[in-house]
Design a protein around this ligand. Sequence first.
Ligand code: PEP
Length: 245
Amino acid sequence: MSKLIIANWKMNGSIEQIEHDLSIYAKSIYTNNPSVVLALPNIYLYIASQIKNKLGAKFSLAAQDVSEFANYGAYTGEVSATMLKGLGTKYLIIGHSERRTYLNETDDSLLNKIDNTLNEKITPIFCIGEPKDIRENAKYIDFLQNQLEILLKVKSSFDNLVIAYEPIWAIGTGVVPTSEQISEVLKLIKAFVQNYLPHAKITVLYGGSVSGVNASEILNLPEVNGVLVGGASLKPDNFISICTY
Ligand code: PEP
């Protein structure tokens, strides 16, 4: 299977940029592929899915967040997994460290988000990652294990699951863990899933300062099933160079 390469645009981009970039991605053999996933701001998914259909493009679309409330209801400002499903959303990022930090996302709300996502047959991209001080205190294994344990409480049935290891100290900093550090954590994640969720087909990603310069080394590590890319996904040239790994 080809490796999953996910562009996380975060709160960036305009409708004009989406029209421009999606037409480039639809033409490139490296990006016109279901394993290339564009996580656009949720508000742009409708237009992105229309452009995708018009171009007959094969890349996939992802949402960056979902409501912890299900279906429809009196939850002003919220967008449910049911609504996102209707926009052609195939994947959904849950638990990104920026949301855990700035929006105070709790384990309970993350669990609801995962359940709602799975109920709509959208694949969650569940993000975990330790801050710098936890890495330096060598407590990161316990910390990450604890973040993974939320998956044991998921009520919905699931076969496919994507887990992204994104050390907070590597996000947007230009600092990238060594290959050994990445492999160690990805092996830990795979062992956890094999032990506790043996039915699940898991895809494990690395994220944090991935660029055209380091993508090939990271993506060629045997444990790495793909990458989550933030800053370097905002310019098509940079993102395509990652996809050519
Ligand atoms: C991210 O925030 O998911 C991310 C990987 O960001 P960056 O690539 O900019 O470090």
